[in-house]
Design a protein around this ligand. Structure first.
Ligand code: FAD
Length: 483
């Protein structure tokens, strides 16, 4: 019997798990995929929003601003990159300038600090590659950029170090109430008993909610396509450049990433398909045209990959984080669309506090708040790096040439808590395969390491779990003869 089961190991579930790991409680996270960060948390703009966009008085606004405030300390504790590069909302039509003032006022009401409305000249001085049509901009210095994989993985690892269990490849199929008020969760991997449930299942959170409540929820999947550009284009802008928002959202942004690439996107198309993460030619063309409206000379020939993510949109466009009225001891995190990544530390804190109070949870004496990231040799001096390679030659064996990732880093990714078991697991933890060739060269070498270290046969190694196998069978025997 667990005290709390969290359903879903995205950024929401992992933030909740980390907060709960502070307390004396048996906590378990159930995740249908083979790793953390396999849902929307892996496919978004990676912006820590300042908080001027969400409606005044909404839970979204409150948690966005609080999450933004918490980010510096959290990222320091978890040893992950976070940069406050500042956001600019750019106005390109004179008649829309009033809209910047509305956003500014909303930001002030939401508690966003230090914003400023910039003239055309001030905006161009800060960002010379803005469109020639720029009329003015709203500048929010508290906006930032983060690595969504590292944030999610680090919170999960830290929760795990503090005793939270994670069960992967475990899909929740049904939930029923026992006579004693506890919950029985049926999964493809057996049954689980728990006193409390936290529903953090992203675009599937309506399905999970509807298993326990008569008041049905409906999530609309709102797809966003992206292009990611090579690091050579990474300094085309230094701030996150937004257009003015519309009723479909914050619009197509252009931003540096925390790892030095340039990201362009997303589109916003309602699709009603929980697995519809394919990009479309129209979507990519649309986002490129829209990005060009606000930023000039975008080097779109430097696109290295495209991808799409699904927003978990609710009609009322606000987060719903509450105990379900007709299902006591079941906590929903519904409608966690953007700014869900920015808000995640605050969502974790809110759910943690709710459960602490409801369950009379006591703090652990030995809670570990910090965790070390994978050692990055590129941050060392040349002398320190040589010393490291002398001690451990695996750090001198470069596996991913585009991103300069060594075997030592991949071994660390595999053998740390909740370690990588697939190519994408290695990629998200180390960046091996994230570069210009998009894993063309390093995949076979990473597979050799996974084979050797985890005892997985080549046929068992996947790109990202499930049926994403890379090698299906041998076509030649060891001597090279046809099998
Ligand atoms: C296009 C786009 C751009 C965005 N940009 C930003 C941004 O710049 N900044 C920002 O703050 N936010 C942004 N967001 C929002 C942010 O990405 C999400 O709010 C956040 O990632 C949601 O995290 P989650 O953990 O709730 O969901 P997910 O990451 O989807 O995690 C849910 C998990 O639940 C699991 N699951 C589902 N069903 C079951 C089941 N039956 N059993 C077990 N496990 C299950 C899934 O496999 C998944 O791992 C963006 C979103 C999109 C789509």
């Amino acid at each position: 019997m667990y005290d709390v089961i969290v359903i879903g190991a995205g950024v929401t579930g992992c933030a909740v798990a980390r907060e709960l790991s502070r307390y004396k409680a048996n906590v378990c996270v159930l995740e249908k995929c083979e790793d953390v960060c396999e849902g929307t948390s892996k496919a978004n703009s990676a912006i820590v929003h300042a908080g001027f966009d969400a409606a005044q008085g909404s839970l979204m606004a409150k948690l966005n601003v609080r999450g933004n405030e918490m980010m510096d300390k959290l990222c320091e504790d978890l040893d992950i990159p976070f940069k406050r590069n500042g956001s600019m909302v750019v106005c390109i039509h004179k008649e829309a300038l009033e809209g910047l003032k509305d956003l500014y006022d909303r930001g002030v009401a939401n508690g966003v600090k230090d914003m400023k409305i910039l003239s055309r000249e001030e905006a161009l001085e800060m960002e010379p590659n803005l469109s020639d049509n720029v009329q003015g901009a709203l500048y929010a210095p508290t906006g930032g950029i983060i690595c969504p994989f590292k944030l999610t993985i680090a919170m999960a690892e830290n929760a795990n170090m503090n005793g939270v269990e994670f069960r992967f490849n475990t899909k929740v199929e049904d939930i029923t109430k026992n006579d004693d008020g506890t919950w029985k969760i049926r999964t493809n991997n057996g049954e689980y008993l728990t006193r409390y449930i936290v529903n953090a299942a992203g675009v599937y959170a309506d399905k999970i909610h509807n298993m326990v409540s008569e008041k049905k929820a409906h999530i609309i999947e709102r797809r966003g396509d992206y292009c990611l550009l090579d690091k050579e284009a990474g300094t085309h802008v230094t701030h996150t450049i937004f257009p003015q928002p519309t009723k479909l959202g914050k619009g197509v942004l252009v931003s540096p990433t925390v790892h030095g690439n340039l990201i362009v996107g997303p589109t916003a198309v309602d699709i009603e398909d929980k697995e519809g993460t394919n990009t479309t030619a129209e979507g990519i063309a649309d986002l490129q045209a829209k990005a060009n409206d606000h930023v000039k000379n975008l080097p779109l020939r430097k696109v290295i990959t495209s991808f799409a993510g699904l927003r978990a949109h609710l009609e009322q466009h606000d987060f719903v984080i509450e105990e379900v009225a007709d299902a006591p001891c079941f906590i929903d995190c519904l409608g966690i669309e953007s700014p869900g990544l920015s808000s995640s530390p605050a969502i974790g804190e809110m759910v943690g506090n709710m459960l602490k109070e409801k369950m009379n949870l006591e703090n652990k004496d030995n809670w570990i708040s910090k965790r070390k990231d994978i050692l990055d040799p590129s941050k060392l001096s040349i002398e320190e790096r040589n010393e490291l390679i002398k001690k451990n030659p695996a750090y001198g064996n470069i596996i991913c040439r585009c991103e300069s990732i060594s075997e030592g880093e991949i071994l660390d990714a595999i053998h740390r808590p909740l370690g990588a078991r697939s190519l994408d697991g290695v990629k998200r933890r180390t960046r091996a395969g994230m570069g210009r060739c998009q894993a063309g060269f390093c995949s076979p070498r990473t597979m050799e390491i996974l084979n050797r270290e985890l005892g997985l046969s080549y046929e068992e190694i996947t790109k990202s779990g499930g049926r994403s196998n890379i090698v299906l069978e041998r076509t030649k025997n060891q001597k090279g003869e046809q099998a």
